[in-house]
Design a binder for this molecule. Structure first.
Ligand SMILES: [Zn+2]
Length: 240
């Protein structure tokens, strides 16, 4: 399931039976003193793995490449800000590569929610889809599927994001590092309800995410497989 750990024959088997590729996209960004800076990618990656367990397919290694992060926005350190053009190009080239490799449904799970960053990823997807009718490509935030049934997720290092990381990687979160009393967003650089985070809440958000997204993706893959019976790629790709 983890693409970087698979041998060619194992990848070929997935391409024959369930050619879905998941790509978790995050950032390295301040998420409050209680969270590690890789939170966005760590959580989206683990959510993608859970989803992949339910649908089949492969999960690419997470990408830590964020635009519109906390550094230019509010001046927080321990944050790497990349340019819009790099993010767009990096997404686009992933899609072209995954297309060439024979995947027929590509799902980008976005763990960093900066509005312009999300727009940029969607613009790259639109550019690719304009050029290729197939494979189908979706870019969704990791909180979108739960919103289809009214479950609100998505914040910045607050109750929701912190809970998700507490569920997947409890050893990486330390709520006790937050100061006592009411939190201030501008001072702490995270949503003010961060102390309400629990692993149980993170588990619930993940379960709703998988329960909502998995059937839709299975259906979409089925449609693509019927409409676009692509041949298996050759072992060697000769580039002219
Ligand atoms: Zn985040």
């Amino acid at each position: 399931m983890k693409y970087e750990e698979m041998k060619p024959g194992q990848i070929d088997e997935v391409l024959r039976t369930c050619p879905i590729a998941y790509l978790a996209w995050g950032a390295l960004e301040w998420h409050g003193v209680h969270n590690p800076v890789g939170l966005d990618a760590l959580k989206a990656y683990n959510m993608a793995l859970e989803l992949c367990r339910a649908t089949g397919g492969v999960v690419l290694p997470p990408v830590y490449c964020g635009y519109q992060t906390m550094k230019p926005w509010q001046g927080f350190r321990h944050t790497l800000e990349f340019s819009k053009s790099l993010v767009r190009q990096y997404v686009y080239e992933h899609l072209e590569n995954l297309y060439e490799e024979g995947f027929r449904l590509i799902v980008i799970v976005m763990g960093h929610y900066g509005g312009k960053h999300v727009e940029t990823i969607k613009a790259a997807v639109a550019e690719f889809s304009e050029k290729h009718k197939y494979p189908k490509v979706l870019a969704i935030t990791d909180y979108e599927p739960a919103s289809w049934v009214g479950v609100k997720g998505g914040d910045h290092g607050g109750k929701n994001e912190t809970s998700l990381l507490m569920y997947f990687r409890p050893e990486l979160v330390d709520i006790n590092l937050l100061p006592g009393g009411e939190l201030e967003q501008k001072v702490e650089g995270c949503a003010v309800n961060a102390k309400e985070a629990t692993a149980e809440h993170g588990r619930m958000l993940t379960e709703v995410f998988v329960a909502q997204a998995a059937p839709k993706l299975r259906e979409l893959l089925q449609e693509v497989m019927e409409e676009w019976p692509a041949p298996m790629p050759e072992r060697l790709v000769i580039r002219s």
